[in-house]
Design a binder for this molecule. Structure first.
Ligand code: O2Y
Ligand code: MN
Length: 595
């Protein structure tokens, strides 16, 4: 299909990028099924895509072993002054960064096709949605963007001759000389990778990586880093949150948005099926929420994405049956193992492990092998519409009204299963101090405590001190219509190292308690850290858990919490005079409550 671009700014930009990057050809994407199939055919012919006999229209890709995850150390928020990027972001002055990157982009697409990908984050035409155009030299990016965003020529129609869009420039950084054979996963060495954001001009430049969040620029780069800066300026919120709808047996709906750092089971909670009879849970999104105050004065959320880019290892019918059912067809798998009967496999999948497979690096693998068959950050890219519990209203342009916010992290000790915060300011304090222990899936040493405020540390596109202030401002505007704020820890362990809480579908018991708190149906105990469930108020019917385990799960040791204070003070100190007084006040009140 021939697509014509009428937008003046876009035409000028396409021309500029082509002159700079020197691709062999230019292709404007229309987002059609034919286009997807055509791209897949080419990827199959070149051997980059491996067809999966067991899953219709599904394909496996193997990345270069050096290009397997987001590269936080090479991710930049480039604002005129360093202070605007703040202490949690890498910063290079825009002029200097652009000069370095322009040198890299020079001729970087030689021997390749330059794809122009018009996409909408959020339903096309929704008042909350934003339009992006990604220019990329990676066909893998094109097919992933087809699933993760709404790629369509309708986006170009909507842009008209002078509509606004967010330009997202991406090159894998591996030009081909005349006659040079391509590698299976072209990318640049680590020192040449740059994932750069220019929030003052809503601009994204990515170079050198073809993987995930580094290359699918609608996701972390646009929908979180650039969008969070826009949201601050425009008075809305772009958050690293799942969105779900919980319906009680009487048919009352509650909408919950929850922020957890990576590797805390966000996708599992987003698709969780309650173990308590009569309760229903539906998924609206598993990673990102954009929220605006609606005409009713409440906070309304949309999921700006169109698919799931989930971690494969650990996903199984026991941890997330709805995700497994989402993955039956039309899926792109990256860095999973390939079984002899033409299926994908990863550590933690149900059933017996295969006696032989091809690992993510393309080598023979057997259970005796010393390395995992799938990479720990192996991914599936799947359409959200295929999730059996996708909410019928997940694409509602006006979004869903949020009743409850949840923050949390992975802590083997100290933090109880759940508490409610005293009020909005206390909730902001709990989000700002949220912490998680690192796991093998994170980069860095296992078991270290990492403060990850609102799970946004890697994704906040401006000074995080100002981000905390923005949360206070939103609370002031929402007043009595603000969502209630809770904190959870599904991962507390007993002294003999066993998880105290079964998690997964039993987390519905905790969500039920939250809904009952919202309804004023249950009381709570005042403690120094927040409001804890009264004994017996969490519905444990049908669950085999001892009273001792429940007591340990809910226990609070004030000395352990006092021991956290220096770390919180240290964490706050980096924000200097950008730290809101209201957070300092919360910390003082917390110290006083601890006695
Ligand atoms: O490693 C990557 O490039 C993907 S990171 C990611 C993907 C989906 C959802 N969340 C995340 C994350 O790091 O929070
Ligand atoms: Mn995420």
């Amino acid at each position: 299909m021939n697509v014509t671009v009428k937008n003046e700014k876009l035409n000028k930009w396409i021309k500029e990028v082509a002159e700079l990057c020197r691709p062999d050809s230019i292709y404007i994407c229309n987002g059609s099924r034919e286009e997807y199939n055509f791209m897949i055919d080419n990827l199959l012919k070149s051997g980059l895509a491996i067809p999966l006999r067991k899953r219709p229209n599904s394909f496996l890709f193997r990345s270069d072993p050096s290009d397997v995850a987001r590269v936080e150390d090479h991710t930049y928020i480039s604002t005129t002054s360093k202070d605007e990027a703040g202490p949690t972001n890498n910063w290079i002055e825009p002029g200097e960064l652009k000069k370095t990157m322009l040198d890299l982009y020079k001729g970087s697409m030689k021997g390749r096709t330059m794809y122009v990908i018009p996409f909408s984050m959020g339903p096309i035409g929704s008042p909350i949605s934003k339009i992006g155009i990604e220019i990329s030299d990676s066909p893998y990016v094109v097919i992933n963007m087809h699933i993760m965003t709404r790629v369509s020529s309708r986006v170009l129609d909507l842009l008209g001759t002078n509509g606004e869009f967010i330009p997202c420039l991406h090159s894998v950084g591996a030009p081909l000389a005349e006659g040079q054979k391509d590698t299976k996963w072209p990318c640049a060495p680590i020192e040449k990778k740059y994932i750069s954001h220019f929030p003052e001009e809503n601009l994204i430049w990515s170079y050198g990586s073809g993987y995930g969040g580094n290359a699918l620029l609608g996701k972390k780069c646009l929908a979180l880093r650039i969008a969070s800066a826009m949201a601050k300026r425009e008075g809305w919120m772009a958050e690293h949150m799942l969105i779900l709808r919980l319906t009680n047996p009487a048919g009352k709906q509650y909408h919950i948005a929850a922020a957890f750092p990576s590797a805390c089971g966000k996708t599992n909670l987003a698709m969780m099926q309650p173990s308590i009879p009569g309760w229903k849970c539906e998924c609206i999104g598993d990673d990102i929420a954009w929220m605006k105050i609606g005409p009713d004065g409440r906070l309304h959320a949309i999921n700006p994405e169109n698919g799931f880019f989930g971690v494969a290892p650990g996903t199984s019918y026991s941890t997330n049956p709805m995700a497994m059912d989402t993955l039956k067809e039309n899926v792109i798998f990256t860095n999973c193992a390939l079984t002899d009967d033409g299926d994908v496999w990863w550590e933690g999948m149900d059933g017996e492990e295969p006696s032989h497979a091809i690992d993510w690096k393309g080598r023979d693998w057997t259970p005796e092998s010393t390395e995992d068959a799938a990479h720990a950050n192996a991914r599936f890219t799947a359409p959200a519409s295929q999730c059996p519990v996708i909410c019928k209203d997940w694409e509602k342009p006006e979004g869903v009204p949020i009743d409850i916010f949840i923050f949390g992290g992975r802590r083997t000790g100290v933090v109880p299963l759940v508490y409610e915060t005293y009020n909005w300011d206390h909730g902001v304090f709990s989000g700002a101090t949220a912490a998680s222990e690192t796991t093998a899936a994170n980069i860095g040493a296992v078991g270290n405590l990492r403060r990850d405020p609102f799970a946004m540390k890697p994704f906040c596109g401006y000074n995080m001190g100002d981000y905390f202030r923005h949360w206070f401002n939103m609370g002031d505007r929402l007043g009595s219509k603000a969502p209630r704020i809770f904190y959870v820890n599904w991962f507390r362990k007993s002294s003999d190292g066993k998880f105290l809480w079964p998690g997964f579908s039993d987390n519905s018991r905790v969500l039920k308690w939250m809904c009952e708190r919202v309804e004023g149906k249950v009381g709570a105990q005042k403690t120094p850290i927040g409001l804890l469930p009264d004994e017996g108020d969490i519905d444990l019917s049908g669950l085999d858990i001892s009273r001792e385990n429940m007591r340990e799960l809910m226990s609070i040791d004030t000395n352990e919490w006092k021991a956290e204070i220096p770390d919180i003070e240290n964490h706050f100190s980096v924000f200097g005079n950008r730290l809101p007084e209201r957070l300092k006040k919360q910390l003082q009140e917390f110290i006083q409550r601890l006695g």
